[in-house]
Design a binder for this molecule. Structure first.
Ligand code: NAD
Length: 454
């Protein structure tokens, strides 16, 4: 899908006109499909700030970043020609709201020097009912602060937070793994999000550029859109991929799967035995199955007042009941490999609701409930279950939205543009990776900080 407005404001004249008229000024985001493969993780030095109590944790974070050959600074002085690639603010030991002002204002001073597509990342702790009120207030204050910072950033920069469970060290594999994802171009369209890391689980991959080497993954709805891109990104990260789609999409499915040297399985996921057939296909071809991505989905939009039983039931059957039924097979002990991953596509509509989408929003909210309930079962098996909730993504699905409504929908986020299928695929690939083993039961939004429900 072409975003002609983004094309227009990417020219010098267009940029000036948009500025003068006060129109949205989206910029092209730095993405892995556009940055060269050997492009650095970030585009400039990385500054690590902290509150007075979190210095030791900040030192530990800085040391890890040095291991990736980044130009890591603890001092805010920057040469005239330089821009910060990222500013990380470590707030894990905050005890009272008064301690937030110092690092917040320090960050403020750095923002004018943040590079295009730069990154702001906070590390904080989850507020719990057991905290002293002042500590809970300080911890929760970070959420509001980060979400607001993300809304103030410009030029494709993003702001996100990692929220660590009590006692979890900042050096935990999944904290470092998530930090790397958020720093990188892989998280181009993730902004305003607070991702929880709940356990020390997870393993650093032998090769950070091929974290899924040796894994076997299945993606449903892989013939086009987000599913096709997910198959490509999982394969790029080293996985052997099986693509599933309905027989009617067989030709495009073959093309996608040939392109990633994977295998195609023509199957309607609403079939009673869909889970068993996928597992059998994976085992007979590759000996195992490690990663499941429930991506296939349909729309049957109508206002509830005009909703028919067919439209309601068809949508629920594909978007929610099929993943639930297939998981009875996949989440059974011994079905998947030793560090299983079950991933599913939710949607911002399932979080905030959307006019004309009662059926779709019910199904997508159901997906969020599904992964929350699966999480402890998967943890027992050494794995995780998570969801990704895309906002407006440029695909065939959103191309069918009438033009004016489409323009409004794609601008209604902090990055003023629609996401690309690769943005969702990158988030799924991260959650599938061994370094994300401590993130479980979460729903990560890939929505450019969509204004709905944020
Ligand atoms: P798409 O319509 O472009 O592709 C969906 C694919 O699923 C198609 O290839 C289709 O043939 C396949 N499929 C449909 N029913 C199937 C069935 N019964 N069995 C097997 N395959 C089936 O959709 P997309 O935009 O790429 O979306 C992918 C997922 O992301 C969906 O779950 C969607 O709800 C979700 N999502 C998309 C957006 C967006 O903006 N595009 C936003 C939020 C969530």
């Amino acid at each position: 899908m072409n975003d002609t407005y983004l094309d227009a404001v990417s020219t010098d004249v267009g940029k000036k006109v948009a500025k003068k008229l006060g129109l949205p000024q989206p910029v092209r985001l730095r993405r892995t499909d556009t940055a060269s493969p050997d492009a650095p993780l970030v585009t400039g030095p990385v500054l690590v700030l902290q509150d007075a109590w979190s210095r030791a944790s900040a030192d530990a974070v800085a040391e890890r970043l040095l291991g990736w050959d980044l130009d890591v600074r603890r001092d805010p002085h920057l040469a005239e020609h330089q821009r910060w690639g990222a500013v990380i603010v470590v707030l894990t030991e905050l005890e009272a709201p008064g301690q937030l002002g110092g690092p917040a204002l320090d960050l403020g001073e750095m923002l004018r020097r943040l590079a295009p597509s730069g990154r702001v990342i906070t590390l904080s702790r989850a507020a719990t009912g057991g905290d002293a009120p002042a500590q809970a207030a300080a911890r929760q204050a970070v959420d509001g602060f980060l979400r607001s910072v993300a809304k103030e950033l410009r030029a494709g920069a993003t702001g996100n937070g990692l929220v660590l469970a009590e006692g979890l060290p900042v050096e935990a594999t999944s904290v470092i793994g998530a930090l790397r994802f958020l720093l990188s171009a892989r998280s181009a369209f993730v902004s305003g999000q607070l991702l929880r890391v709940s356990t020390p689980g997870g393993q650093a991959p032998a090769d950070w550029t091929r974290p899924l080497a040796g894994q076997v993954a299945v993606v449903t709805g892989a013939a086009r859109g987000i599913g096709a891109e997910t198959a490509r990104v999982l394969a790029r990260d080293g996985a052997q991929v099986i693509g599933v789609d309905v027989p009617g999409a067989g030709d495009s499915l073959s093309t996608v799967m040939n392109g990633v040297r994977g295998s195609a399985l023509q199957l309607d996921i609403t079939a009673e035995d869909a889970g068993a057939r996928i597992l059998e296909h994976a085992r007979s071809r590759y000996g195992t199955l490690d990663v499941v991505v429930h991506n296939a989905g349909i729309l049957r939009d109508k206002l509830l007042v005009n909703m028919t039983a067919d439209r309601w039931n068809d949508l629920l059957a594909v978007n929610l009941l099929a993943p639930l039924r297939m998981n009875e097979t996949f989440a059974a002990p011994g079905a998947l490999g030793p560090a299983p991953r079950i991933l599913a596509l939710a949607s911002t509509s399932g979080i905030a609701g959307n006019r004309g989408q009662t059926n779709y929003a019910a199904a997508k909210a159901g997906i969020i409930g599904m992964v929350q309930a699966l999480a402890p079962r998967l943890a027992e098996l050494g794995g995780t279950a998570n969801a990704v909730a895309p906002g407006f993504i440029e695909t065939d699905m959103t191309a069918r939205i009438p033009p004016v409504a489409r323009q409004i929908a794609r601008r209604a986020n902090s990055l003023n543009q629609g996401g690309h299928p690769v943005d969702v695929a990158e988030a799924l690939a991260f959650l599938a990776s061994p370094q994300a083993g401590g993130i479980n039961g979460q729903t990560l939004r890939v929505c450019g900080q969509n204004l709905v429900g944020q």
